[in-house]
Design a protein around this ligand. Structure first.
Ligand code: AHR
Length: 535
């Protein structure tokens, strides 16, 4: 009896030890990222590294443009800001709004500066001097090396006014507005390629807000006049921005895609998130919501494309026309006047931005444009005072992506631990979500002329994750450069004279014709690994 008991206990102990060992082995097993250069999603469009300048708060006045400042040149351009802007390698820049554009009349902002009329700016409650307008923006865009992208007024503006602006910018000579441009000192046309048909017309806050049918009718006629004036322009329809619980963004997108499928090139969608309930893990999952929305709009596009009469034009693509984190400076006085929307970012915000950029790359077949909103001071990566500036936390991942992640987006397989979120509001003006199986490692990869760029967010706040990075086709070879964006804790911020969160170059990984490299991703970090795969 005793013997049996001892055997039984031994057996139980053995099973328990095996289970424990098994568990340990499991949790000690490295995470895996599998890369296959032959599993391709699509070409990464450089226009996913776009940005946005709106006449709002201190984005223009006191941001990129500061007449009379010692930091500005004779044209009023803040040179310290321009240098920081150039570091973001901004592919295209949307202008002049945003909500501002829905009551903006472009003629107010051209011609001799001292003769331009000041106007009440109703979207953000300011006085608009109009000293910065079409030609100043185009000159700025050329200096920053970006493609200008204009948004026309579909609120209080007419379709004729939109047509006149295209004529002013794109027609070489002859008609009135082309000659007016020449009179203003610009003999050559500006050749603006990208034009959006209004801004957030689905939003009740928008001046001239319409229902989807009325918007489609006006946008279609504006598109007709604009294209007759300048046939090669690309048009962007104002898709859904209102994802509040009581709204129906899918209904809006479905209607306008159906009505405008023969005339537009992109559908614009907007998204702002925030850590409203101060729950890090919920918040870090918000890029997955952006990805869900991308998939839903992609499905609608595919359905409409089957019936569209588009000749040999490209399919309709998605423009994430405004995206960012915006929740702190979104109440009361922080919403109006010359200091509006001055959001200050921390490390967790930079990780969410990295997740958004990863999501754009993972959906490179359909996301062909994205614009961070906005460039300076207003929910922005660059922040100024009258005498100084600094780069916010979100500057660093954006700069890394925009200077490195190009080529073909690869369909990577990621095997790592996951977590589930609670049900939560993804932003101050957003509906709720609940995400399951959120991977601790959020990954994208691009492959360009033999070079791999791997972008990895480690969402785990406390644990480093040791990961085998495996190449299915071809071998890792040579030195892999490693950049990391991180800081002492998830709430760490930058400020004037204090850069706590930034990019650091870590020791490189040396690979000699191997199919596996191993790297340990630090807690709460964004890492970019860059090197060659030899076929
Ligand atoms: O980027 C700030 C504002 O957000 C824009 O003006 C508007 O389009 C959106 O609601």
């Amino acid at each position: 009896m005793k013997f049996v008991n001892t055997r039984k206990s031994l057996l139980i102990a053995a099973i328990a030890i095996t289970c424990l060992l098994g568990m340990e082995t499991l949790s000690a097993q490295n995470a895996r990222i599998k890369i296959d250069i032959e599993r391709q999603i699509g070409e990464v469009d450089k226009n996913i590294y776009g940005n946005f300048v709106e006449h709002l708060g201190r984005c223009v006045y006191g941001g990129i443009y500061d007449e009379g400042s010692e930091l500005s040149d004779k044209d009023g351009i803040r040179l310290d800001v321009l240098e920081a802007v150039k570091g973001l390698n901004v592919s295209l820049t949307r202008y002049p709004g945003g909500n501002f554009v829905s009551n903006y009349h472009w003629l107010d902002g051209v011609g001799p500066k001292d003769e331009r009329p000041p106007r009440m700016e109703l979207a953000w409650a300011r006085l608009e001097s109009n000293r910065f307008g079409t030609n100043e923006f185009i000159e700025y865009a050329r200096r920053m090396g970006t493609e200008p992208y204009f948004s026309v007024n579909m609120g209080t503006g007419t379709i004729e006014e939109a047509q006149n602006w295209v004529e002013y910018c794109n027609v070489a000579e002859g008609p009135y507005y082309a000659e007016l441009r020449k009179k203003h000192g610009y003999p050559e046309p500006h050749n603006i390629k990208y034009w959006s048909l209004g801004n957030e017309m689905d939003g009740f806050w928008q001046m001239g807000h319409m229902n989807a049918e009325d918007y489609s009718k006006k946008a279609r006629e504006a598109a007709k006049l604009m294209k007759l004036t300048s046939p090669d322009i690309k048009l962007i329809a104002a898709g859904a921005s209102n994802y509040r619980p009581d709204s129906d963004p899918n209904e809006w997108n479905a209607t306008i895609l159906h009505e405008l499928r023969d005339v537009v090139d992109y559908i614009a969608v907007h998204m702002y998130v925030g850590n409203v309930a101060d729950n890090y893990y919920n918040y870090l999952s918000t890029p997955l919501v952006l990805e869900d929305r991308t998939q839903i709009v992609k499905g609608m596009i595919l359905r409409e494309m089957a019936y569209a009469q588009r000749g040999n034009k490209d399919p309709i693509y998605i423009a994430w026309d405004e995206y960012n984190i915006w929740y702190r400076a979104r109440v009361g006085e922080s919403m109006t006047g010359t200091r509006a929307l001055e959001e200050r970012y921390n490390l967790e915000d930079a990780l969410v931005i990295s997740g958004f950029l990863n999501a754009f790359i993972r959906n490179a077949d359909v996301v062909k444009m994205a614009n961070m909103a906005q460039l300076v001071n207003v929910i922005a990566p660059i922040f100024t005072s009258e005498t100084d500036m600094f780069k916010q936390t979100i500057y660093y991942p954006l700069a890394l992506f925009a200077n490195n992640a190009f080529g073909t987006s690869l369909d990577v397989a990621v095997d790592c631990e996951t977590y589930d979120t609670e049900e939560f509001f993804i932003g101050l003006a957003e509906s709720k979500t609940k995400q399951e199986n959120v991977p601790f490692l959020d990954v994208s990869a691009t492959y360009n002329k033999g070079e791999l760029v791997l972008c990895v967010v480690n969402r785990n706040k406390d644990k480093a994750i040791t990961t085998d990075i495996i190449s299915q086709e071809g071998l890792f070879n040579g030195e892999f450069t490693v950049y990391e964006v991180n800081g002492p804790n998830i709430k760490a911020k930058n400020d004037f004279g204090k850069t706590t969160v930034k990019t650091e170059q870590k020791s490189s990984i040396k690979a000699k014709n191997t199919d596996t490299i191993t790297y340990t991703f630090a807690p709460h970090s964004f890492t970019m690994i860059k090197g060659k795969i030899k076929k």
